[in-house]
Design a protein around this ligand. Structure first.
Ligand code: ADP
Length: 152
């Protein structure tokens, strides 16, 4: 199977209506979209998704951000995608840029559209992408039923 990557369009990107701009940039990396849906996020799902952040001081802020508490988003909406293709994870993460938009190259997605609210310690970094191919498979199983993902 070709490498896959979970991509989540976060609430700041939804509020700014930049989903299309982000997906355009990712698709042009030569990758295939094999799943896509709008999800009404539950706190349980976001806590499972960010289980690796347990104990981090910023975890509760990340959860509030993902739940849409800091943006004008109804239904706790997130848009989830699965991209597939050669070196999918590395290509997407390079296009996203560094986790903190202040450290991201200006031409990356996070450098272009993100911001860091230092006072509140909220990293508005636009998009989630899986960290590696193994994490991607765990995350895809968390967010999608097998029949929702095409085998491209
Ligand atoms: P990435 O999303 O780039 O893979 P991590 O998995 O390390 O980064 O972190 C998950 C999310 O937690 C980030 O996307 C960001 O929203 C938030 N985050 C990470 N580090 C910090 C931090 N130092 N302060 C506030 N939020 C952070």
């Amino acid at each position: 199977m070709k490498e896959r990557c979970l991509v989540l369009i976060k609430p700041d990107t939804l509020e700014k209506r930049l989903t299309g701009a982000v997906v355009d940039r990712l698709e042009r990396l030569g990758l295939d979209i094999v799943a896509a849906k709008a999800v009404s996020l539950t706190e349980e799902l976001v806590r499972q998704h960010y289980a690796h952040l347990a104990g981090k001081p910023f975890l509760e802020g990340v959860i509030r951000y993902m739940m849409g508490d800091y943006n004008h988003i109804s239904n706790h909406k997130i848009i989830a995608f699965v991209f597939q293709g050669k070196d999918c994870v590395a290509k997407i993460r390079t296009e996203l840029g560094a986790t903190n938009p202040d450290n991201a190259a200006p031409y990356t997605i996070r450098g272009s559209f993100g911001k860091f609210d230092k006072a509140a310690d909220i990293v508005y970094n636009c998009v989630h992408a899986s960290d590696n191919a193994q994490d991607a498979e765990r995350e895809i199983a968390l967010w999608f039923k097998p029949e929702e993902v095409l085998d491209a």
